[in-house]
Design a protein around this ligand. Structure first.
Ligand SMILES: *Cc1c(COP(=O)(O)O)cnc(C)c1O
Length: 362
């Protein structure tokens, strides 16, 4: 059994993806060019935002977003302690200070009620992480931010949506900027590394396009220090094919998640807020005695993963800053001790799900 069945997905779209790859090989336009810009247009259309800028990974997308905002040493950037390391890597690489706000016990997303107290005159950006595929409380967060740029880390939530006051928002269009990842196992994955940044500001779009490409304004003219952080044409072509099927995959994700929700016993299943559509980047359950659950899964030879065993404020790289200690963000610490992700993908079969359910309930 696979933890995430990427092979089944490839089989589903194989003819179309192979054809696209060969077409790009024949064109030999591997860097920039029409395949990338065409995919960027599809992306922006899908999300319903003015600009989508392809880049080399979800991590680089965060670095580029912060760099475009001129985040530097002495600045504070607020984020969630319950995330993948990339969420703070960008902050630390630019020499800024990560400031954490604990999460909501049910959604595992940044708790907007705690945000206000974390904002200081040094706060230059807020990065809510839309964890496990459910959008963070971006509408509330935008209000509290009151003009401080909000960047959604949407690496796990591309395709998710929420309805607020009869208005529908999609992940990546509900904040000042957003970043996502096309790492193979993400809801929209490529066949290598890739990512994107989203914004609706013209100047920011221009700046981001320079930054991903060596700070180049015109050919061989460079006005500031940039990166080599482009999305390549092969990945863009593959993603353009897969994007067409994303909504049908999200419907399958919902169906498979409901099946788990209905049949799993004695564990806490994912909580999705009213009005939200999660894309279940992971199907993560919680239980007090995780060791016992792990023993059961091992016995049944069922793969699992722990997203995440250590909250960000207790990672060694952050501990070295000497700002945070154990006990500072109790909800995140508790969830890190109880959380466990089980096999999940749009292509998981009912037979596989039954085997997993039987093992966990048994
Ligand atoms: C995967 C992930 C990233 C980083 O994406 P990469 O493409 O692997 O660099 C950033 N943030 C979160 C929350 C992620 O899950």
């Amino acid at each position: 059994m696979e933890f995430i069945n990427l092979k089944a997905q490839y089989k589903e779209y194989k003819a179309e993806i192979n054809q696209k790859i060969y077409e790009i090989l024949e064109s030999s336009r591997f860097i920039m060019g029409e395949y990338v810009s065409s995919f960027e247009r599809s992306l922006a259309n899908y999300v319903g935002i003015k600009y989508a800028i392809g880049c080399s990974s979800g991590t680089d997308a965060l670095i580029l977003a912060l760099k475009a905002l001129d985040i530097k040493k002495g600045d504070e950037v607020i984020t969630s302690p319950f995330s993948f390391i990339a969420s703070i890597e960008a902050i630390l690489l630019l020499g800024a200070t990560p400031v954490f706000v604990d999460i909501d016990e049910k959604t595992y997303n940044l708790n907007p009620l705690l945000l206000k107290n974390a904002i200081t005159p040094k706060t230059k950006a807020i990065i809510p992480v839309s964890i496990f595929g459910q959008m963070a409380s971006l509408i509330e967060i935008n209000k509290i931010a009151n003009g401080i740029p909000v960047i959604e880390d949407a690496a796990q939530s591309f395709g998710a949506s929420l309805v607020d006051n009869n208005k529908k928002y999609k992940s990546c269009n509900a904040s000042f900027m957003a970043t996502t990842s096309f790492f193979p196992s993400k809801p929209l994955g490529c066949y290598g590394d890739g990512g994107a940044i989203f914004c609706s500001d013209d100047e920011l779009n221009d700046k981001l396009r320079c930054l991903v490409n060596h700070g180049q304004t015109k050919r061989y003219e460079h006005s500031f220090i940039g990166f080599n952080a482009r999305l390549d044409a092969l990945q863009a072509g593959i993603l353009d094919v897969k994007l067409k099927y994303l909504d049908s995959e999200i419907a399958l994700r919902e169906q498979k998640a409901q099946y788990y929700n209905k049949h799993l016993e004695n564990v806490i299943t994912p909580f999705v807020e009213n009005g939200h559509q999660s894309v279940y980047a992971q199907y993560s359950i919680r239980c007090k005695d995780r060791e016992k659950l792990i023993n059961k899964l091992n016995k049944c030879k069922i793969p699992y993963a722990i997203h995440y065993p250590i909250p960000l404020h207790l990672q060694e790289v952050v501990r070295n800053l000497g700002i945070y200690k154990k006990g500072d963000f109790k909800i995140s610490e508790m969830i890190c001790n109880e959380i466990l992700s089980i096999p999940f993908s749009p292509f998981i079969t009912e037979e596989e799900q039954d085997k997993i359910i039987e093992c966990i309930n048994g």
